[in-house]
Design a protein around this ligand. Structure first.
Ligand code: ZN
Length: 365
């Protein structure tokens, strides 16, 4: 049975709750009562999408059959010796956010909502707009005025209503929450709704399967609101409790120097993430000055024996050009991962690392 549990006071809410967070102000975690599947049976599963892991997910492939677009099971591409890139730009809307968006839209559909609201820096809004269109549900998106025109064009093409919000990324979130509180609309938030991490955890299940039942030495993961890192936490916990892994792989979280509150809190040895003043970055997908789940993200990185790095925009743009010269064109935000790898390589040497190519190059200018 699926339930939402407040991570602050422990109060439980039923699956069909319309609240997007606890009355005490705490954020929800998810309890599904599901155990992980039998990896030994995996090779016989024919579904070549993330639904091949349905035994570990809150919804089945059959439940998703009306809205799935074949999301998941993206290739692992060799970038150079010791480095594999998971090519998330193969996704239906060209970014990894489809993994979580399909879960949220399925949930909204099951709960009978006719309207969905989402705030995002662009990729999550694009993904939710596409899956809402697929499900026949009206979608309203709240994005910063600075959002790339290419992302806006993609959102508009799916028929979503676009609300351009002045101010930092957080202002879009505040406006979206005002909207859901005054309309009967489902808040498809990748920050508040933990169903999103049920989707992003499949990234790690896939890597585990693609490497023949093992993890690399480390994952390099970009961090804004931490949607991929919180998916890692779920996947690592589940695979460990099922006895498939005994130790977590290291997580190196990457932020842009211009907006790096988690990096700063980590290096300062803090357990919480104080809000910072963003000085701006081209890596718009991870420019989050006050990450709502910062405390949880710090815990996950520390539990993995990991680290945080901050990357300057000129390093990011250089890394993006280096990837393009290898035939791989990613959006600017995704290039922070390769920049981080180049720095870690220089310090740590030859291990096996996996980085995500989170979004396609044509998404940013
Ligand atoms: Zn609470």
């Amino acid at each position: 049975m699926t339930e939402f549990v407040c991570n602050s006071c422990g109060e439980r809410y039923p699956e069909n709750t319309k609240e997007y967070r606890c009355k005490c102000g705490g954020l929800f975690d998810l309890v599904t009562g599901k155990t992980t599947f039998d990896f030994d049976k995996q090779l016989s599963i024919k579904d070549l999408s993330l639904w091949r892991y349905e035994e570990a997910l809150p919804y089945t492939g059959e439940a998703a059959s009306k809205i799935t677009m074949g999301e998941g099971l993206t290739p692992l591409v060799k970038v150079q010796d010791g480095l594999l890139g998971k090519a998330e730009y193969f996704m239906p809307t060209l970014s990894f956010k489809d993994r979580g968006a399909v879960m949220l839209v399925l949930h909204a559909r099951k709960m009978g909502f006719n309207s969905i609201a989402i705030d995002s820096s662009g990729n999550a809004a694009t993904a939710v707009a596409a899956y809402s269109a697929r499900a026949g549900i009206k979608c309203s998106v709240f994005v910063p005025e600075s959002t790339s025109e290419k992302k806006l064009a993609q959102i508009k093409a799916h028929g979503a209503e676009i609300n351009l919000i002045k101010g930092p990324r957080e202002a879009s979130g505040a406006t979206a929450r005002e909207f859901v509180e005054t309309n009967d609309s489902f808040y498809a938030s990748h920050i508040y709704n933990p169903l999103f991490y049920q989707g992003t955890k499949t990234y790690f299940y896939e890597v585990f399967e693609q490497l023949g039942g093992r993890f690399p030495d480390g994952f390099i993961i970009p961090v804004g609101n931490g949607t991929l890192i919180l998916g890692a936490e779920k996947a690592f916990e589940e695979l460990q409790s099922a006895g498939f892994i005994h130790k977590w792989p290291r997580i190196i979280g990457v932020q842009a120097s211009g907006c790096a509150p988690i990096y700063k809190a980590f290096k300062d040895g803090l357990d919480v993430v104080p809000q910072i003043e963003s000085s701006g970055t081209e890596a718009e997908g991870i420019a989050i000055a006050a990450p709502a789940r910062g405390e949880q993200i710090l815990k996950v990185i520390r539990k993995s024996g990991g680290d945080m790095v901050a990357i300057d925009d000129d390093e990011t743009l250089k890394a993006r050009a280096l990837l393009a010269a290898k035939g791989i064109y990613v959006e600017i935000t995704s290039a922070v991962n390769y920049a981080a790898y180049l720095r870690i390589m220089a310090e740590n040497g030859g291990k096996l690392w996996v980085i995500p190519f989170c979004g396609a190059g044509i998404k940013s200018s």
